[in-house]
Design a protein around this ligand. Structure first.
Ligand code: SF4
Ligand code: SF4
Length: 437
């Protein structure tokens, strides 16, 4: 397969378009009421006007490209001190806007190819991907530990490698291996069974989607697992009748939908398969009257928009031939694919749930701080940043914070524990499971 993954050199034109204006420091909405808030976790922690936020990182990209800068430990560290949350991208209105997170990842790919990246503490991810096909050093057999209660209660989950089913539930490594968020696959399978859906999992044959590797610049590991997954999905479609791939992980969803589409064989391999996030899948069933949320949950809930199901799915229109403005200029953003309304509609369809919105929401959501390899590379910063988000949630008077990403869920939990907050973290699917008879 050929992959259209840009090198830093290929992004050179975009790299020179940043004017260092600093507009990407703050998220803003004109209201009413008008609001301004910090948007860059790296800027909040390390200082926006230093080198750590996007304008500094893009300046580094220029320095690397024109030979003014050479890799040294400080430069590598600066390139990896970023959650790749795209908060800066959402604020910038200049022509390199569509490429900002890509510039940061392209610097990481270059660091990786030059043998200086990722950070020493993140190298465990690359080793784990090579040995275990997941970033958590988890043996394959542990992947199905969460299914044990289902077996015990004689409600086994189909192994889709052996039995046909139209729905593949792609669990993702975080839900499978990360003990504090195993409630997510458990709740998802429970909901699917309550609804009588014919679904299966890959079980021990599931491998990582490659998202973490891609965010860290390890494009070789990403391509390896992505190609293997695409082959598997095609085989499952042709031989097991799979027509829907549901995932409850924001990282997997973004990777399969967006990163995999960089392959020249994506259309062929995914023909006949719809990729959908659990929240949208369940929202559709609710809309069609097939999911009845009847039990009351008298909870005050705030909702955290994960970057990977939110602004990472924005699409950008570029003036390719210069017929509207000038060649290569940024024209407009589409949020049609972003999961902003869908999870909120499903959440508020649960009787008794009162949604209390934080200030920074939707495309201006404040990243939990765990993405882009930060949770592995800089765990203290990741938890500290998550505490800021928890405090923002506490300001709404909510008692529960709900999201649709196990990675955010895990990191926000760490943040709540760090400040001894009573805020409880849940995945939206867990609430749906509770609200179903
Ligand atoms: S990335 Fe955009 S908003 Fe940020 S400093 Fe550069 S031009 Fe300004
Ligand atoms: S991607 Fe996020 S953390 Fe990285 S520079 Fe942009 S706003 Fe800051």
């Amino acid at each position: 397969m050929n992959w259209n993954i840009h090198s830093l050199e290929e992004l050179e034109d975009a790299v020179w378009r940043c004017t260092a204006c600093g507009n990407c420091k703050t998220a803003y909405a004109y209201g009413p009421p008008p609001f301004f808030g910090e948007i860059c976790p790296a800027g909040v922690e390390y200082g926006f006007d230093g080198n750590m936020a996007s304008k500094g990182k893009i300046a580094f990209a220029r320095g690397i490209l024109n030979g003014d800068l050479e890799w040294d430990p400080g430069l590598v560290d600066a390139v990896y001190k970023c959650t790749v949350c795209a908060g800066c991208q959402n604020q910038c209105e200049l022509d390199h806007k569509p490429f900002i997170p890509e510039i940061i990842e392209a610097m990481r790919r270059k660091a990786f190819d030059d043998g200086v990246g990722p950070m020493p503490s993140q190298k465990v991810v690359a080793q784990s991907m090579a040995s275990f096909d997941n970033p958590y050093q988890g043996p394959r057999r542990v992947r199905t530990d969460w299914t044990r209660p289902f077996k015990k209660e004689k409600r086994p989950i189909k192994n889709i490698m052996k039995e046909s089913a139209p729905i593949l539930y792609y669990v993702g490594c975080t839900g499978a291996f990360n003990l504090p968020v195993r409630n997510l696959p458990t709740a998802t399978a429970s909901v699917f069974q309550k609804l009588g859906l014919d679904f299966g999992i890959l079980g021990e044959n599931e491998i990582c989607c490659g998202s973490t590797a891609m965010r860290l610049g390890d494009h070789n590991a990403f391509r390896r697992v992505a190609e293997a997954n695409l082959e598997t999905f095609k085989k499952l479609h042709d031989e097991r009748g799979v027509n829907t791939l549901v995932t409850s992980c924001a990282g997997c969803y973004r990777a399969i939908l967006k990163d995999y589409s960089l392959s020249d064989e994506y259309e062929k391999m995914m023909a006949g398969i719809k990729v959908i996030h659990t929240s949208e899948f369940l929202h559709n069933l609710h809309k069609d009257g097939k999911l009845k949320l009847t039990k009351r949950l008298p909870w005050k809930v705030t909702y955290h928009d994960p970057c990977h199901t939110g602004r990472h799915l924005q699409k950008f229109k570029i003036d390719e031939d210069g017929s509207v403005q000038w060649k290569g200029s940024f024209l407009e953003t589409s949020e049609a694919d972003c999961l902003f309304d869908i999870p909120r509609e499903l959440l508020t369809a649960i009787p008794g749930v009162e949604l209390k919105e934080m200030e920074r929401v939707r495309d201006n959501s404040y990243c939990c701080g765990g993405g882009g390899g930060v949770m592995t590379g800089y765990p203290d910063w990741a938890a500290k940043n998550a505490s800021l988000r928890i405090e923002e949630g506490m300001d709404t008077d909510a008692e529960q914070m709900v999201s649709i990403c196990p990675f955010c869920h895990y990191n926000l939990n760490q943040g709540a524990a760090r400040i001894k907050s009573d805020m409880k973290l849940h995945d939206l699917v867990e609430l749906v499971d509770l609200a179903l008879e």
